[in-house]
Design a protein around this ligand. Structure first.
Ligand SMILES: [Zn+2]
Length: 240
């Protein structure tokens, strides 16, 4: 059940040839391009060490969930609301906010404050911003599997499922059934499980899934039961 689910995943380097070995934006871009992941030129204007650390997390997530490549296409620079570090689109792009991501020390400070007030899971760090967004890419990949066609009707179905968080809802429901059987009769139990992950996880099903993935990535077996269940369910669907 816990296959492939070890603690300290976040700190394990991918070995030779990982994104962290890149010495410049150009090297990083070429390295990722070879893996079919495009980095937009706008990222070149952002702090290189920060972009590299975040890109390395995306790379690690692709290794852990190869099926995410069915959705994830690249990273670009763009704004995503006043307070957001980043955003994810069904088209397969994760956007980083130049306004809110200025340096490693700045996002580490800001993110740590978010963890302290319970907004993000304990044990996650600033680079978890990318793990969270990759959680949304996992959902995008599941949406594409649910509606694989290429007709306008299929596209409308994908957009609606993405907007409503249908696939995230399906996964979170299955995870709750595992950790809290019978929770439908005791809805408060579900909320306690979700709020145990983080305050942001309580926003909607998509954020629940993304925060659970971030918690499980950083904390492994010490992550919340709901996070471990979500991780295992998504792994079983998108590990190949
Ligand atoms: Zn999110």
């Amino acid at each position: 059940m816990n296959k492939g689910f070890s603690s300290g995943v976040a700190n394990r380097r991918a070995g030779m040839g990982s994104a962290m070995d890149a010495g410049s934006f150009r090297e990083l871009r070429d390295h990722m391009e070879a893996k079919g992941i495009r980095l937009s030129e706008g990222l070149a204007d952002m702090d290189f060490e920060t972009v590299r650390a975040l890109t390395a997390r995306a790379e690690r997530m692709v290794e852990l969930f190869p099926g995410v490549k069915e959705a994830f296409r690249g990273i670009d620079a763009g704004e995503h609301g006043a307070d957001a570090y980043a955003g994810a689109r069904l088209s397969g792009i994760v956007g980083l906010s130049p306004e809110n991501i200025r340096s490693m020390s700045q996002i580490s400070r800001d993110y740590e404050r978010d963890v302290q007030r319970g907004f993000h899971p304990q044990g996650t760090d600033a680079a978890s911003i990318m793990v969270h967004e990759m959680g949304h890419m996992l959902e995008a990949a599941m949406v594409r599997r649910a509606f694989p066609g290429s007709t306008p009707a299929d596209e409308r179905s994908r957009s609606a499922a993405w907007r409503h968080g249908d696939e995230a809802g399906r996964v979170v429901t299955r995870a709750l059934n595992r950790v809290s059987p019978g929770w439908q009769e005791r809805p408060r139990e579900a909320l306690v499980q979700i709020r145990g992950v983080s305050a942001y996880a309580a926003q909607d099903a998509s954020e629940t899934l993304a925060e659970c993935i971030s918690d499980a990535f950083s904390n492994g077996r010490r992550a919340r039961p709901l996070s471990r269940a979500v991780w295992e369910i998504v792994r079983s669907e998108l590990s190949g």
